[in-house]
Design a protein around this ligand. Structure first.
Ligand code: PMP
Length: 361
């Protein structure tokens, strides 16, 4: 069976090696005579898988000791609410930078919880760029500053992160976590739904500085309280065991690739191939993002006409490419090239783009 050339935005391509291993272990994990899905989440075998997934993230991102890694549910979308519910006290406000639809959604949920301010936005510029970090005025009285490190829909990505001093920097890294080296100590909280670079959907990773976890919050439902999850090593209730198992396998795979540094170099190579196809097309492909804000994960572009776009997507699909249509909110085309998308598929896409342009004109 030939595997699809999968450019889906999420859920997205998983490493083939991981899927093959999961298939091999599907009926019998660790000689238990059970599938991982049939194990008790309190069993020693599952606990070890769970801890391996957490340790894998700690190792790969060099997460300092003063951070907790939580495996939660509810997607990144629930974090839009949990962040302000846990970290925005009534006498403070939270700052947001708007760089796309996901930051808008994060802001919308925070507005329901407390006072918020938008300190920068690229909305008026069709979300084609990331505001310059040096232009951000950090308000020392803010409870936190929230950013979206990679904008999955518009195809823009932060390269430098703001220095926020004592204000905790919170980043939604759903679509670029583990794609590049980051200094975790610069952040108060990093969160990400797993379904792009980490594994399947169903598990959400939250990396939170321990001093930000407030114990004994009386007004919060337990499931929305970071301290409850932290106290029980993310085993307060039944976790998504299959998703966590696959997360642990993806962590092993990333280690085998040479870690995040090697993955980052490969991601640059992959992105450069497709951006070159855009830049060398003499304006046939029009990249959405400004050059210095380009995402290495989601490459967004348009063609000269809607008809050309339609034909491009149709022929791409016939060729075996999956997931190249842009997000339904903005249309156009988008190639999502997360960690598990092989270089060969990016080479094939770049070649296809060149051929399509030549045959169209
Ligand atoms: N943030 C970003 C940057 C995303 O790309 C997505 C999903 N595409 C979300 C948040 C929402 O994630 P979830 O579906 O896991 O709630």
């Amino acid at each position: 069976m030939k595997r699809a050339r999968n450019f889906n935005a999420g859920p997205a391509a998983l490493p083939e090696e991981v899927l093959v291993r999961a298939e091999k272990e599907f009926l019998n994990i660790n000689n238990s005579g059970m599938s991982v899905m049939e194990l008790s989440h309190r069993s020693a075998i599952f606990e070890s898988i769970h801890n391996q997934a957490i340790q894998g993230l700690k190792d790969l991102l060099y997460i300092p000791e003063n951070y907790e890694v939580l495996l939660l549910q509810g997607g990144a979308s629930l974090q839009f609410s949990m962040i302000p519910m846990n970290l925005l006290p009534a006498d403070k406000h939270a700052d947001y930078v708007l760089t796309g639809s996901w930051s808008e959604k994060a802001l919308k949920e925070a507005e329901k919880v407390g006072e918020t301010k938008i300190i920068a936005s690229s909305k008026d510029g069709s979300y084609k760029f990331i505001p310059n970090v040096n232009d951000l005025s950090i308000d020392e009285t803010a409870a936190y500053l929230h950013i979206t490190s990679n904008n999955t829909i518009y195809g823009t990505q932060w390269t430098d992160f703001p220095s926020t001093q004592s204000v905790p920097l919170i980043a939604d890294m759903s679509s670029d976590i583990l794609s590049r080296e980051i200094d975790v100590s610069k952040f108060g909280v990093i969160y990400a739904g797993a379904q792009k670079n980490l594994g399947p959907s169903g598990v959400t990773v939250v990396i939170i500085r321990k001093d930000l976890i407030q114990p004994n919050q009386t007004n919060l439902p337990s499931m929305l309280d970071y301290s409850i999850h932290a106290k029980s090593n993310s085993l307060y209730n039944t976790p998504p065991t299959m998703a966590i198992y696959l997360l642990s396998l993806v962590m092993e795979w990333v280690k085998k690739q040479g870690g995040v540094k090697a993955i980052e170099a490969m991601n640059s190579k992959k992105a450069n191939l497709i951006y070159a196809a855009i830049d060398e097309s003499e304006g046939f492909y029009i990249g959405h993002a400004e050059t210095n804000s380009r995402s290495k994960m989601n490459i967004t572009f348009n063609l000269p006409t809607k008809a050309a776009e339609k034909l491009f997507l149709q022929q791409a699909s016939e060729f075996g490419f999956v997931g190249l249509a842009g997000h339904r909110s903005i249309g156009g085309c988008r190639a999502s090239i997360y960690n598990a998308v092989p270089l060969a598929h990016c080479e094939e896409l770049a070649a296809f783009m060149k051929n399509f342009k030549n045959s169209y004109e």
